[in-house]
Design a binder for this molecule. Structure first.
Ligand code: FAS
Ligand code: PHB
Length: 393
């Protein structure tokens, strides 16, 4: 098989890159380890930054998002049962964000791929990258019992944190930054009306989050210890614990229902540098992971793809490799801002098992400062809304 760009991974990063390149008449093949249904079934992100919505809309992918997405002006923070306060993103930075599930985005991306008869290989086994430093790299994999090879100009590593692409960068070239948090998130999805706002709660029993997917689909999370087992968490135990972490009147407003999805995700901050090596370019979770506290993971995957597709388009239209050479540095500037914001919010809103009384007091006064200072709220609003994408000079 031959193509211009071989994309490893059919998650949001891989499928969005495939779609944008196709609109620029640049051929690609997507190679995915799992089945289409498996990829579609994953329940993950839920909040889209304005820049993400803009990129999807510019590429004809926002019709359903515009009709079903839940637009928000800001989000609420409550702590230790005190009065909640609202971070008004719209007022401070004139931006909004949209609650629209990653699952829906994945469906929209696959529907667009079907309309253009995109080349996607599902259930690809033992995917390998070859000669990534050369101008003629290739990707091989097992499919239907035979090893298939794809000759390509470029490889886009969109295969997530546990993928193979990042491993193609030599250890003496790759620099990794990591912070693992001493807790995870237990999340559930239930077919019940959500609270009107996205609400983050810091409580002595731990962090909690109220979110949504639609007017009839709620998404909730609670911080759990690293050794928490899903089997220990019945729905009723979850609902009781969730309510205990919100102020009484907010807890009473939560509409309980049977979980249609329940999972525990560990929290880590991770960045791999550089995000490119020879003809290999990493985008999305293959290059970085953020704790979901800042709702940045999916949005970073989109900004990486925006920069990478712009660089590939420039190369194929003009032969100029400058944007490809600058891709890693450009993407990492936005990555690190989002990584820092997610780290800041995770430290602000979670209860750390190792925190001493001083740490706890300092955290409470950080929350008090945020509650009482318009400039502190404006600063958080700017970071939560997401930084603008860098325009070409
Ligand atoms: P993905 O991991 O989505 O996709 C990578 C794809 O590559 C997968 O389909 C995988 O099967 C495939 N792949 C892996 N190895 C391969 C190989 N060797 N060969 C071929 N294909 C291979 N973000 C938020 O903003 N908010 C959230 O609440 C949130 N919750 C999350 C919960 C969980 C449990 C997880 C894991 C992530 C969560 N995220 C959240 C982050 C998430 O949304 C990611 O940022 C987003 O999926 C990134 O998209 P991709 O980079 O495409 O990676
Ligand atoms: C979600 O709706 O899944 C969600 C919302 C906000 C976050 C993380 C996840 O910070």
């Amino acid at each position: 098989m031959k193509t211009l760009v071989t994309i490893i991974g059919a998650g949001p990063a891989g499928m969005l890159l495939s779609e944008i390149l196709a609109r620029q008449k640049i051929d690609s093949i997507v190679v995915e380890r799992q089945s289409r249904d498996y990829v579609k079934s994953r329940i993950r992100a839920g909040v889209l930054e304005q820049t993400t919505v803009d990129v999807l809309r510019e590429n004809g992918l926002a019709d359903r998002l515009d009709s079903e997405g839940h637009v928000h002006d800001g989000m609420k923070i409550v702590w230790a049962g005190k009065e909640s306060f609202f971070i008004d993103v719209k007022k401070h930075v004139d931006k909004q964000f949209v609650a629209y599930g990653q699952t829906s985005i994945q469906e929209d991306l696959f529907a667009a791929a079907n309309r253009r008869d995109a080349r996607i290989v599902f259930n690809a086994e033992d995917v390998k990258l070859h000669d990534v430093q050369s101008k003629k790299p290739s990707v091989s994999f097992f499919s239907n019992g035979e090893r298939v090879s794809i000759e390509t100009d470029f490889i886009a590593g969109c295969d997530g944190f546990h993928g193979v692409s990042r491993q193609a960068i030599p250890h003496d070239v790759l620099k990794e930054y990591e912070k693992v948090y001493p807790f995870g998130w237990l999340g559930i999805l239930t077919e019940r009306p959500p609270l009107p706002d996205i609400v983050y709660a810091n409580h002595p029993r731990g962090f909690a989050l109220a979110s949504m997917r639609s007017p009839t689909l709620s998404r909730y999370y609670i911080q759990v210890p690293l050794d928490a087992q899903l089997v220990e968490w019945t729905d009723e135990r979850f609902w009781e614990e969730l309510r205990s972490r919100f102020p009484p009147e907010m807890a009473r407003a939560i509409v309980e229902g049977p979980s249609i999805e329940k999972s525990i995700a560990p929290l880590r901050s991770y960045v791999a540098e550089p995000m490119s090596y020879g003809s290999l370019f990493l985008a999305g979770d293959s290059a970085h992971i953020v704790p979901p506290t800042g709702a940045k993971g999916l949005n970073l995957a989109v900004s990486d793809v925006f920069y990478l597709s712009r660089a590939l388009t420039s190369f194929y239209k003009t032969g100029n490799e400058a944007l490809l050479d600058e891709y890693s540095a450009t993407a990492l500037r936005r990555v690190w801002h989002s990584v820092r914001t997610s780290w800041y919010l995770t430290n602000l809103l979670h209860r750390f098992p190792t925190a001493n009384q001083f740490d706890q007091k300092a955290q409470e006064y950080e929350l008090e400062f945020l509650r009482s200072s318009a400039s502190a709220q404006a600063a958080l609003a700017e970071q939560y809304a997401g930084l603008p994408l860098e325009e070409l000079k």
